[in-house]
Design a protein around this ligand. Structure first.
Ligand code: ADP
Ligand code: MG
Length: 382
């Protein structure tokens, strides 16, 4: 666990780079620090391994003030990766990977084992260990750079815009790799970026910085759903906010309430009256506690209704979704699986709403299309 307590940093020239930062990173979390250039990200990061000393406040690692750790020890136990993961050209891949373990005086045996394990993890052949960087492609070299950062088995890895200068494809494959390794190996990663897509993709939690302050620190989901202010909204951008809303929102927020129902003990003939009165062709069947039991459809049930059978004997099973089903999943059921509508139930199976095709259409329109339709056309429609 890494904690920032009232951290401020004023550089000797008087520049206040960060002011009163309070943050808490849990062990095993992938934390992204994001903000515009000059907002204080690098300053924050470098204080964690004491490359910079804060002017005020303290930083704790696992509850202990970092000033109480031996400085060299501390730095050896925290990995640090900066832009352009440069490999040493005159050293083999193996020697590059075990640079820090060598400083830590690991045995040759242990270093070999770790290098082999890591190169396996990034799907490169072990024979590469004895080659030189120039014999590998750019992308392969980058992957070696990533595993080098993990070789010393440090629990905390600091990464300062490591992929900033890469082309989009290489960048994306390295992002996936870093995330995969972080999860597999349970590392705590503090990752600086100015790319919001990168932060959203990688971060369990994201700290958004502006002019030396943290304006929001939360999970990606919470930030997307509840951006703290206009700065955060602008950073995320309207399209992403809308898309996130759609991807994260749950059906409880969009469903129609009070769908038409019939009690399972009612007379079957009431079905027709109810349907006619409300101009619907299906009714959900509920018990006295309004729990969902099934569904009746006018076309399927006509004969049974005329024969006066009990509703429970001819109703059909109703596929239902729960209040916390994601809107995007409901859209999938309706669009791909061709459900006309879906009853929504709470944890006790009580029927609380319905999601119809029309509701999904509205939702897609609101989230994806509204901004693309010219203003005047929108007015014409209204
Ligand atoms: P970021 O990484 O978010 O781009 P930095 O933490 O590098 O931001 O810098 C924060 C602010 O502190 C900037 O205004 C920068 O110019 C200033 N700064 C950074 N390093 C120094 C330094 N060594 N001396 C004086 N000012 C600095
Ligand atoms: Mg920086």
């Amino acid at each position: 666990m890494i904690e920032f307590e009232n951290i401020s940093k004023k550089y000797p020239n008087g520049k206040v780079a960060v002011e009163d930062i309070n943050l808490k990173f849990e062990t095993g979390e992938f934390i992204c620090l994001i903000g515009t250039s000059g907002s204080g990200k690098t300053t924050c990061m470098r204080m964690i391994n004491r490359m910079l000393e804060p002017s005020t406040g303290k930083i704790l690692i696992d509850g202990k003030d970092i000033l109480e750790y031996n400085e060299v020890d501390l730095r050896r136990h925290i990995g640090y990766v900066i832009q352009q993961i440069g490999l040493m050209p005159h050293m083999t891949i193996y020697q590059n990977i075990v640079m820090v373990p060598k400083l830590l005086k690991w045995s040759e045996e242990k270093m070999r084992a770790v290098a082999e394990e890591l190169i396996d993890r990034v799907d490169l052949p072990r024979s590469f260990l004895d080659r030189y960087p120039s014999e590998l492609s750019g992308g392969q070299q980058q992957r070696i750079g990533v595993i080098r950062a993990l070789a010393a088995d440090q629990n905390i890895i600091l990464m300062d815009e490591p992929f900033g200068a890469l082309d989009p494809l290489t960048r994306e494959s390295l992002q996936k790799l870093v995330k995969k390794l972080q999860v597999e190996l349970g590392k705590t990663v503090v990752f600086v970026t100015h790319d919001i897509d990168e932060a959203i993709k990688l971060g369990d939690k994201v700290a958004i910085m502006d002019s030396g302050s943290v304006v929001q620190f939360d999970t990606v989901e919470n930030i997307l759903l509840n951006p703290a202010n206009d700065f955060v909204k602008n950073l995320i951008g309207e399209d992403r906010l809308n898309e996130a809303q759609f991807n994260i929102d749950v059906v409880e927020n969009i469903m129609m309430r009070n769908p038409y129902t019939i009690n399972v003990n009612d007379k079957a003939s009431n079905i027709l009256t109810m349907m006619h009165k409300n101009r619907v062709d299906t009714l959900f069947v509920v018990d006295d506690e309004h729990k969902l039991l099934g569904v009746v459809d006018i076309f399927d049930s006509r004969k049974s209704i005329f024969k006066g059978e009990h509703i429970k004997d001819f109703m059909k099973h109703a596929e239902s979704i729960s209040v916390d089903t994601k809107v995007k999943d409901a859209a999938y059921y309706i669009n791909t699986l061709q459900y006309r509508n879906l009853p929504v139930v709470n944890d006790d199976n009580v029927l609380v709403g319905i999601v119809t095709r029309a509701v999904i259409v509205d939702c897609v329109y609101e989230n994806f299309w509204k901004g693309y339709i010219p203003e005047d056309e929108q007015h014409e429609e209204e």
